[in-house]
Design a binder for this molecule. Structure first.
Ligand code: 6PG
Length: 245
């Protein structure tokens, strides 16, 4: 595992632009090399500006979107028309505006039960990706040090896709586990805002304890990781100090 590349931007707008540029670069390379590309999208608010940019006139002609298969890194286990759904957000911000066909959108909510949906998603990944994983995985980091839907106090689940519990928003979740993410070609972690400064520094430099800081399971072990952050989120990186509680 190589050390992550860390890019710091003036503000979240510049971060979003870079995230869109790097996403196009990576997916375009995959399409050039093998005729297709696979991406697992992050939920939450940070990536939304980049998603909208990717569907804008400045980006929509840059790659053959019809060659991209769209997956999710994690999902709130709610109906896809629920405002808390990551799939709903992605459809509104990028998948709908790009006109992505249904057969290339692979949502995580597949039955009435989270555990069964997780099992079915694991089977889908095996069918769609074979023995490999994603060309690109986008993730965020929570104020509490979570990533994907791997939350503090919860043991990292086994398998490649799991049903987990969250303390916020929607308590039932489905998530990729660290294995598929860390073994993908590239992970991009995007973090913006002062509330991410301590968890990001803790994830990078703090004592390794996945129960306390689940994002360490990705940040410390991804085969290839780029961290994109704004200055506020990078505030603790320069001093390399983390006030451990
Ligand atoms: C989710 C996300 C989650 C997110 C972080 C950061 O389902 O909420 O996948 O892991 O990436 O909570 O969220 P923000 O970008 O909103 O800060």
């Amino acid at each position: 595992m190589s050390s992550p590349e860390i890019e710091i931007y003036q503000n979240s707008g510049e971060l979003g632009l870079r995230l869109a540029e790097l996403t196009v670069e990576i997916l375009g390379q995959a399409i050039d090399q093998k005729g297709s590309a696979s991406i697992a999208l992050a939920g939450g608010s940070t990536p939304q500006a980049a998603y909208r940019l990717l569907a804008s006139d400045d980006f929509r002609e840059l790659i053959e979107w019809s060659k991209v298969e769209w997956f999710f890194g994690d999902e709130r286990f709610v109906p896809v028309n629920d405002d808390r759904s990551n799939e709903k957000m992605a459809r509104e911000c990028i998948l709908g505006p790009l006109g992505v066909s249904e057969e290339r959108i692979h949502g995580m909510v597949r039955t009435e039960d989270a555990v069964t949906s997780a099992k079915l998603y694991e089977e889908l990944l095996s069918e769609k990706l074979g023995n490999g994983w994603f060309d690109l995985v986008l993730v965020g980091i929570g104020d509490d040090g979570h990533t994907l839907s791997l939350f503090p106090g919860e043991t990292i689940p086994s398998g490649n896709v799991a049903a987990t519990k969250a303390p916020v928003v929607a308590t039932e979740r489905i998530t990729l586990t660290p294995g598929p993410v860390c073994n993908s070609s590239l992970v991009i972690l995007a973090a913006a805002g002062a509330a991410k400064a301590i968890p990001l520094a803790d994830a990078l430099y703090g004592e390794e304890d996945w129960l306390r800081v689940p994002s360490q399971s990705v940040i410390r072990h991804a085969t290839s990781l780029v961290i994109l952050c704004d200055q506020a989120a990078a505030a603790k990186l320069t001093k390399n100090e983390i006030p451990l509680e």
